[in-house]
Design a protein around this ligand. Structure first.
Ligand SMILES: [Zn+2]
Ligand SMILES: [Zn+2]
Length: 259
């Protein structure tokens, strides 16, 4: 399994220009996108040809910002729809707040001369579903809008994605019930000094990442901290290092991680 956090800033070759992350989009095997914050901006030409399935964890703008642009760019050339996998609740929010003709066209109603350009594929939390070559299970996490965390497997490798969340138990129950875990993506938005804002906005700090990771039963997956607010990046990196977890690292935008 190949996992890549798409960069938020990049040069003309698509390489990350800075390690800062402003938008969220994780590509699995260049085929499936988890969230689409930077997808329409940072995907390479090759990735634009192969990504046809997108799982949306929640509708915050850093996770969906360039989803409409991604579909718009492909409009004339698609031979199959771009499939957007989400809960019914999240699909309703996408239709109400983004693909509503005011913010952008309702692509789910539009076709080019070969195919519909966008199709919603609803899933239910707690029930496994297929996305391309992957098996996925979603559970609600603890954020200010409806949000799901995911466990994703290709049959050999398992990846867990916590999305945006404060302290949660359901997600760790799902992760711990997986037979194995190779990589875990966990958010860490605010430094410890901003604990109150993290609680109000339902995000994690290095301290709460530390207590959440105590719920993890799998022995030694790679753990990737993501969603570090750029303004606090340096202090976040040193507070994460102070947790002393050898396999915990900040995920590098643009880098391809292979499992
Ligand atoms: Zn969010
Ligand atoms: Zn976010």
């Amino acid at each position: 399994m190949k996992i890549q956090l798409l960069p938020s800033t990049f040069d003309s070759d698509g390489r990350a220009r800075s390690p800062e992350q402003r938008l969220s989009c994780y590509l699995v095997d260049d085929r499936v996108a988890i969230d689409a914050g930077s997808l329409g901006l940072a995907a390479t030409d090759a990735q634009r040809e192969t990504v046809r399935d997108i799982i949306i964890s929640h509708t915050h703008i850093d996770h969906v910002a360039s989803l409409p642009i991604f579909i718009d760019d492909l409009f004339a050339t698609l031979d199959e729809p771009v499939r957007v996998h989400a809960t019914e609740e999240i699909i309703e929010l996408l239709e109400r707040d983004i693909f509503n003709w005011r913010v952008y066209p309702r692509f789910a109603d539009l076709s080019n001369d070969r195919t519909r350009v966008m199709e919603y594929v609803p899933f239910r939390v707690g029930e496994p579903f297929r996305v391309a070559h992957l098996s996925v299970t979603a559970v609600p996490v603890n954020h200010v809008v409806p949000t799901v965390g995911l466990v994703i497997s290709n049959g050999r490798t398992t990846l867990a994605y916590g999305a945006d969340t404060a302290e949660t138990d359901l997600f760790w129950q799902l992760v711990n019930s997986a037979p194995r875990l190779d990589a875990l993506i966990i958010e860490c938005s605010f430094p410890n000094s901003m604990h109150e804002l993290a609680q109000i906005s339902k995000h994690l700090t290095p301290a709460t990442v530390g207590t959440e990771l105590k719920k993890l039963k799998h022995k030694s997956p790679d753990i990737f901290a993501v969603h570090l607010k750029p303004a606090y990046r340096d202090v976040l990196i040193s507070e994460l290092a102070a947790l002393n977890r050898p396999r915990l690292q900040v995920m590098e935008p643009g880098r391809e991680y292979e499992y």
